[in-house]
Design a protein around this ligand. Structure first.
Ligand code: BGC
Length: 930
């Protein structure tokens, strides 16, 4: 037995993070036991655990998903802790010694904010000499620099983080970071801090509102180096008027536009720094998790384009910086531009809109490896000018994103689905740069709340998102505090006042998802005021007059069923009023549930009542007394089922089947509908359709993108046309997180694992895989908050499946055996059937395996009796069909549901020639059935 994943506030050995009371979590592994029976946490101020400040004693009150120790913490103190646990098999284990170190908390700063004369142009380098006079035992640097900073000790980078101090509403709070610099200090030292513009003072903001100096126009720095000597004494070297500043080689920097460096410029003479008027009260221990380089990718090709450009292909769309080897004569201008796609074989970057995304470097003649500091690029292709004899090896793409430990992995037997899974994950990585961004390249890259909410469950399947979202949710709440509870459409909002249903509901949906995936109530306790403030805000605006519906709302953004004549119109056909009401209901219900969990009875009752009222309105307004939905779009019908809007779902299910028949089983959904599309279909008897939509290789569909060479998920279903042309320049990102939300379906239904609300954090799960012949097999390894699950199913042939499941200690799985014959539950000695209820096996911790004959033959039959749509899903079958009936492409979508035989009987009737042709087609299709 071992204890692993020991974390405080969902971080491993956190240094300088915001921690009010430590929230411990851990996982027990390598044990055959069923559960933990008792645990004990001790906290000490020394590594040997002699000076204990807390001892829980052996107790059964410690929950491995989250246990808050009631201790008061001192500033700038390292605490050591262990967790010991016993199981029902009388095993006992103790974790290794872990630590957490507090930041300055509310301790006053001895340092002062400093600044410099220049506010634009060459970027400042602040400097301080530090001489150690006696032996040192430890040293910390506490630092914040605006807009962005990079700190160096004796020319060596401090830490490995980029884009510090990160992005937030700098008017409400300023995060400083803490670094352990003990080993980097010598006797004589030079501390240098370079400042950049970043989100704080560089050009940033939504489209037409993008501007410079969003939060301030001056470069400012505050830093304290705190030294502890061997003799027990301490000293502080803080920023003050004794620091010096000069202006270095960086001449411009911006998140959107990139960076310019002129190495031929001599350093300016050192100047006196100025003291800033800024106070220290907004400085806060960090919430942001580190942005670091995660992947280093080498180009797969060096291309000389028809337009005579030199372009490197990284092979992967992603976000980050780069390293480039340079050795050019002094004065040579090197220019790199970044784009996501080639057009007609040439470099293309028009879809970046006004974002220049370029790096310009004027060489000083020295051979070097260069790397940008204060920007990032969303790119797959790099156009390079100014380098003679460029080689692929000279360039390395460095993917930047926030700390997001990988926890979930799914692999299927279908290579295209596997590629899609990979693309979703790259979309995640590229768009988790301190805030969940919509896209990673154009002049946006903002924390759009709608996109974030839609993708939050998927993200939480792949990665441990707790700490990341906690920071984002904190941003949301601070914005709400300034706006009477209103949640901005983007957080941080950069002053934008837009709000919208579905988007603002992120304030309730994301904390709920974090809770569901982590099982830690702390997120609900922290965010309850924000959840409540949002619902109260809507309630107030709504008044007696449905005021909330009257405001601006995005609706089913980018849906394909828009009735507008405008090409590529952005709002779908589903009544925005309906969407607005339903999301109001969702947020209200989540707030009520959170109140119940937190033991806030009065508030629970209030929001439960409000939810009832909203639901009654929705039913009166949008459903006939006999149970039909008055809005006949796919999205409205899916919402009805997903959010249980009416009790008797029969008519909705019929209407949904019809709505899909009418479009030839293509979806027409946008942001709202797509987020729930396949899950809802699968949960309501449309399992095959859900898989067909996932597997569809035609437009619109995820694999259409994969077939066109996508390496991330696009913003629009038709971002790129079949001939490889980009469909429009205006709002067209090839790396957008929203439609990656299909990842949730892949986990929940393809692999088959879902969290259950009654025991969140995956203490109790549902396992219910969907078997599909084209997917053939799926395997998920999932290190949940509660422990590590494994699920594997494989169709050994079209009528037999082998399924294995591992359930970790302390957990329970409700397993539905897919397509199982009824008699499987009787006379079976397999341990899986020890406990069965409602045809579900209740699995205790352990490993289970079963093989059985399924109740259907899943083999796909390709013939003239197969619906045309299904033939279209197979490239070869489609080709044969078109060859035999060239007009088939003009067939109304609705009729693609029929088979060729059915159509010929209905329309052509008794044409022996045509019958013959169909027999031939059957012969041609036959080999595809092998
Ligand atoms: C973004 C979105 C966002 C939307 C608001 C777009 O420009 O990229 O994904 O949610 O605006 O509707």
């Amino acid at each position: 037995m071992k204890i692993i994943n020991c974390q405080v506030n969902h971080l491993k050995n956190p240094l300088g993070y915001q921690i009010t009371k430590p929230d411990f979590s851990y996982v027990i592994t390598d044990s055959k036991a069923e559960k933990q029976t008792a645990a004990r946490i001790v906290i000490a101020t020394d590594q040997e655990l002699n000076n204990l400040i807390f001892d829980s004693g052996w107790t059964n009150e410690i929950d491995s998903l989250g246990y808050i120790a009631d201790v008061s913490l001192e500033p700038r103190t390292r605490y050591y802790w262990t967790i010991s646990a016993k199981t029902n098999l009388n095993e006992e284990a103790t974790s290794s010694v872990n630590w957490f170190e507090t930041g300055k908390r509310r301790e006053p700063w001895e340092a002062q904010w400093i600044t410099c004369k220049q506010k634009t142009g060459r970027h400042p380098v602040f400097k301080k000499q530090i001489t150690l006079t006696k032996p040192l035992v430890s040293a910390r640097l506490y630092i914040c620099g605006l807009g962005l900073y990079e700190a160096y000790l004796n020319q060596e980078r401090i830490g490995n983080e980029f884009l510090t101090p990160y992005v937030n509403d700098y008017n409400s709070w300023l995060q400083y970071q803490t670094y352990d610099v003990t080993n980097q200090l010598k006797k004589d030292n030079e501390l240098e801090v370079i400042l950049g513009n970043g989100w704080y003072k560089g050009r940033f903001g939504y489209e037409r509102n993008s501007k410079e100096n969003n939060y301030g126009d001056a470069w400012e720095l505050i830093a304290e180096v705190r030294l502890t000597y061997a003799d027990g004494s301490t000293s502080v070297i803080g920023t003050d008027s004794s620091w010096k500043v000069h202006y270095g080689p960086i001449t411009a920097s911006s998140i959107y536009d990139g960076q310019q460096v002129d190495m031929t410029l001599a350093d300016t003479p050192e100047e006196q720094v100025l003291l800033s008027k800024r106070t220290t009260e907004k400085l806060t221990d960090r919430y942001s998790t580190p942005i670091t380089i995660h992947e280093e990718l080498k180009p797969i090709a060096l291309i000389h384009t028809p337009a005579d450009e030199t372009v490197l292909d990284i092979g992967q769309n992603q976000a980050g910086i780069f390293r480039l080897h340079v050795k050019e004569p002094k004065g040579t201008k090197i220019r790199l531009q970044f784009g996501e796609i080639l057009q007609q074989g040439n470099f293309y970057n028009k879809n970046l809109r006004t974002a220049k995304q370029e790096f310009v470097y004027i060489s000083d003649g020295q051979e070097k490896i260069i790397q940008p500091a204060f920007t990032y690029f969303g790119y797959r292709y790099v156009k390079i000018e100014g380098i003679s004899n460029l080689k692929k090896e000279d360039f390395t793409a460095c993917s930047l994103y926030s700390r997001l430990p990988k926890i979930g992995e799914v692999k299927t037997g279908n290579e295209k689905i596997n590629k899609l899974i990979d693309n979703i994950e790259w979309g995640l990585k590229s768009n988790f740069i301190d805030m969940p961004t919509d896209c990673s390249q154009r002049d946006e890259r903002m924390g759009w709340t709608g996109d974030a909410q839609i993708f939050s469950a998927t993200a939480s399947f792949y990665r441990d998102t707790y700490a990341f979202y906690q920071k984002y949710l904190h941003d949301i709440f601070l914005e709400q505090k300034q706006a009477g509870g209103r949640v901005p459409a983007m957080a941080p909002s950069f002053g934008d006042k837009t709000t919208s249903s579905v988007w603002g509901d992120a304030a309730c949906i994301i904390p709920w998802n974090v809770y569901l995936f982590s099982g830690d109530k702390k997120i609900l306790a922290d965010q309850f005021p924000s959840m409540k403030a949002w619902v109260d805000y809507i309630e107030k605006i709504d008044g007696d007059n449905l005021g909330w519906n009257k405001g601006f709302h995005f609706g089913d953004w980018l849906a394909l069923d828009s009735k507008s004549d405008v090409k590529n119109y952005v709002v779908g056909a589903t009544d925005v009023d309906f969407i607005v009401r339903v999301y109001y209901l969702i947020s209200t219900k989540l707030t009520a549930k959170a109140a119940r969990i937190l033991g806030k009875k009065d508030e629970a009752v209030h929001y439960e009542k409000l939810a009832k009222k909203i639901l009654k309105y929705i039913r009166d307004e949008y459903y006939s007394p006999n149970g039909r939905c008055t809005i006949n779009t796919q999205t409205a019908l899916l919402m009805t089922l997903a959010f249980n809007l009416i009790e008797d779902k029969t008519k909705i299910i019929t209407a949904l089947a019809k709505a899909f028949e009418e479009t030839g089983h293509q979806f027409t959904t946008g942001f709202v509908g797509t987020a729930i599309l396949c899950n809802t279909l699968a949960d309501n008897g449309f399992e095959k359709l859900a898989c067909d939509l996932l597997l569809n290789e035609e437009y619109p569909g995820w694999l259409y993108e994969v077939n066109l060479g996508a390496t991330t998920v696009w913003e629009r279903w038709n971002s790129v046309l079949p001939n490889g042309d980009i469909s429009s320049d205006g709002m067209n990102s090839l790396n957008h997180e929203a439609y990656g939300s299909i990842g949730e379906f892949i986990f929940k239904h393809v692999a088959g694992i879902s969290p259950l609300e009654e025991a969140p954090g995956f203490r109790k799960v549902q396992i219910k895989p969907l078997l599909n012949w084209k997917i053939r097999q799926a395997e998920a390894k999932y290190n949940t908050a509660a422990g590590s699950y494994q699920i594997k199913w494989i169709l050994t042939d079209s009528t037999h499946v082998t399924l294995s499941v591992h359930v970790p200690l302390g957990c329970e799985a409700l397993l539905t055996l897919p397509l199982a014959p009824q008699d499987i539950f009787t006379n079976n000695s397999n341990e899986m059937f020890n406990q069965v209820k409602d045809n579900k096996c209740i699995l205790k911790p352990g490993t289970y395996k079963i093989s059985y004959k399924i109740t259907e033959d899943l083999h796909q039959i390709f013939s003239t009796y197969t619906p045309i749509r299904e033939l279209f899903y197979n490239k070869k079958a489609k080709k044969l069909l078109i060859k035999s009936s060239p007009n088939i492409l003009e067939l109304p979508l609705k009729l693609r549901e029929k088979s060729v035989r059915e159509l010929s009987q209905a329309y052509i009737k008794d044409n022996p020639e045509y019958e013959k042709q169909l027999d031939q087609l059957d012969l041609a299709l036959k080999p595809l059935n092998e």
